[in-house]
Design a protein around this ligand. Structure first.
Ligand code: ZN
Length: 207
């Protein structure tokens, strides 16, 4: 199959990339001097499916893989996904996927819990501000090693709560140590040892 992928060379994305990299470097305490992530535009759904090796859902518009960020081309955004295009949301998407690259370095490619990784990307990209705030959290913890649309509804608010109430350092500690937690149960134990309280919905008072 022939497909065209294009390295992003649009000035407006370049600015967002640089600003995002600066802010993320500061949050994650990483100076990414060598081989920083590249942004790669993917033209259409067919190419997304080809690159990911599976039939993807209409809402899948970007992902990070092996230190690079893949994004559905903004020019084909509405045609090839069920999202409405806006610069604001696209810029946040760029930052969301870049944040995954940083999380992956800090956690040594832990890959889980999914809710923690998605939550960090949503919180740092400001996407939580574009979402409806749930009254309470009831499902994010279930997304440990499985993904799905549901993880995007709550995890950003869970991470925002942890950062605002207990600071960035603890969150980075949790992220770094997550590699050692092989199961949902051992992650819950790790969480408790770092935060001093149970990983349960009632302890996330987001309202
Ligand atoms: Zn994500």
């Amino acid at each position: 199959m022939v497909y065209k992928i294009e390295k992003i060379s649009r000035p407006k994305f370049d600015r967002v990339y640089k600003k995002s990299m600066r802010e993320l470097s500061s949050f994650f305490r990483i100076n990414w001097n060598q081989n920083p992530p590249k942004l790669i535009l993917v033209p259409d759904r067919k190419t997304i499916d080809f690159l990911k090796g599976e039939k993807t859902e209409e809402w899948v518009i970007g992902w990070a893989s092996k230190g690079n960020v893949y994004l559905l081309d903004d020019k084909n955004f509405e045609k090839e996904s069920n999202h409405k295009y806006s610069d604001k949301e696209y810029f946040a998407l760029i930052k969301h996927e870049l944040a995954h690259c940083f999380s992956s370095v800090v956690s040594n490619s832990s890959g889980k819990p999914i809710w923690l990784l998605e939550g960090i990307s949503i919180y740092l990209s400001g996407q939580d501000k574009l979402k409806t705030r749930p009254k309470k959290l009831t499902k994010f913890i279930d997304f440990f090693d499985k993904s799905g649309k549901g993880v995007y509804l709550e995890s950003g608010f869970a991470v925002a709560f942890l950062v605002k109430k207990y600071g960035e350092k603890k969150l980075l500690h949790l992220l770094k140590a997550s590699k050692e937690a092989m199961s949902k149960k051992s992650f819950a134990k790790l969480f408790r040892s770092i935060y001093g309280f149970e990983l349960s919905y009632k302890n996330f008072k987001i309202a």
